[in-house]
Design a protein around this ligand. Structure first.
Ligand code: SF4
Length: 386
């Protein structure tokens, strides 16, 4: 890896033993705006009652449930569907989080709310303790909408730069209800919609001018891979449709505040998988040709064989971290199709150990950098094949 190149105003994580953990990126040519000038878009929906109306419209989609593309069509008030999540909020934990891209974490952390359950079944899910109840040894919390609104406000009071909904696709009605309460009580932080991109277009349209920061994954380009790794053959098609809708709402331009934090914009995350399973080249080619070459992408090296993928017998192609050659090829693909100097790139050597949560530590599921100072890093099995 070359020297770290961090956008002006962003805040790299400190390194260990001279190896930076920072996301690497060149300068965005952005003119920062005064934070107070950048009120979240949802403020404009508050007075005419539009925010409440959208929350109510979203609630109607809970029965029969078509909150996400599974369209289970069950009554969420009495049953659960594929996501195993009721009609009330389900969360695992909430905390200021410093492990997102620097423009999301800033200096005071992203106000992260980790939601329970999920509408995908990724066999390598790092959050499987909270996202896949069948294997979940941990209890999730079930706050009321009012309690969840207080959680948003608590994160704001702690100085976080945004409210970051992690895996929200199956709980949008619950989140909108809590948000409408929180905004009436004084919430003024932008919402980060941090999803796997298996999102309903109908729901995304309801989020227009409520969500200011879309942070979707683009996981696979191939249906068979999507089926084997996440249990959903339609993922590539549905995720691309969702990201297209996010792009329609926000375009590729960014607003950043005077602290270098993103206030409005789209940032697409791409996790590189071993054996080219994510097909990064096809993904970035699609972004460049169908959306824009100006889109900002975050290329992630943090893959670690967790959950079911830890078994080489069951998932031989997923049971190791990336080889240097696989990572280099992904970087080449990014460079070939999306020369946006603001793209983010994780540190190949450190990312697999650094970004591994343990949700049994509800107050602090992600380790801080100092936690690595006195213990060996578990990087995991690596291939020397490159
Ligand atoms: S949100 Fe859950 S119950 Fe509703 S359609 Fe999606 S997976 Fe099914």
């Amino acid at each position: 890896m070359g020297a770290s190149r961090i956008p002006p105003g962003s805040h790299p994580l400190p390194g260990i033993g001279g190896i930076g953990l920072d996301y690497l990126a060149e300068a965005h040519t952005l003119v920062p705006m005064k934070t107070e000038m950048l009120l979240p878009s949802y403020i404009r929906l508050l007075t005419p009652g539009e925010l409440r109306r959208r929350a109510e419209e979203a609630r109607e989609l809970l029965s029969p449930c078509r909150v996400c593309p599974h369209e289970c069509a069950i009554d969420r008030f009495t049953k659960t569907g594929f996501c195993k999540t009721p009609a009330t909020p389900l969360i695992s934990s909430f905390t200021p989080h410093f492990g997102e891209e620097p423009v999301i974490s800033g200096t005071r952390g992203s106000g992260t709310v980790f939601l329970g359950g999920c509408n995908l079944r990724c066999v390598f899910c790092q959050n499987h303790q909270i996202s896949q109840p069948g294997t979940n040894p941990l209890p999730n919390l079930a706050p009321t909408a009012d309690c969840l609104s207080e959680i948003f406000l608590k994160l704001q009071a702690r100085g976080c730069h945004n409210i970051n909904w992690v895996s929200p696709s199956h709980q949008i009605p619950q989140l909108l209800e809590a948000l409408s309460i929180a905004v009436e009580k004084g919430l003024r932080l932008p919402i980060v919609y941090n999803s796997n991109a298996y999102d309903s277009l109908e729901m995304l349209r309801l989020l227009e001018n409520i969500v200011d920061i879309y942070l979707p994954d683009l996981k696979y380009a191939d249906e068979e891979t999507a089926f084997r790794c996440s249990g959903i053959r339609a993922y590539p098609e549905r995720a691309r449709a969702a990201i297209r809708e996010m792009f329609r709402q926000l375009g590729s331009a960014w607003d950043v505040d005077d602290e270098g934090c993103l206030r409005r914009g789209l940032l697409i995350r791409m996790l590189v998988l071993p054996n080219r399973l994510a097909d990064i080249e096809a993904g970035v080619e699609w972004i460049a040709s169908e959306l824009s070459r100006e889109i900002t992408v975050s290329l992630m090296a943090q893959y670690h064989p967790d959950h079911l993928a830890a078994s080489p017998e069951a998932y031989p192609l997923l049971s190791r971290t990336l080889s240097p050659g696989e990572w280099a090829r992904a970087l080449e693909s990014l460079e070939k199709y999306l020369q946006n100097p603001g793209n983010f790139v994780q540190d190949y050597l450190m990312a697999p150990a650094y970004y591994r949560p343990d949700f049994s530590k509800t107050e602090k599921p992600f380790a801080e950098i100092e936690d690595f100072q006195h213990q060996p890093l578990d990087i995991g099995p690596r291939s020397t094949d490159d």
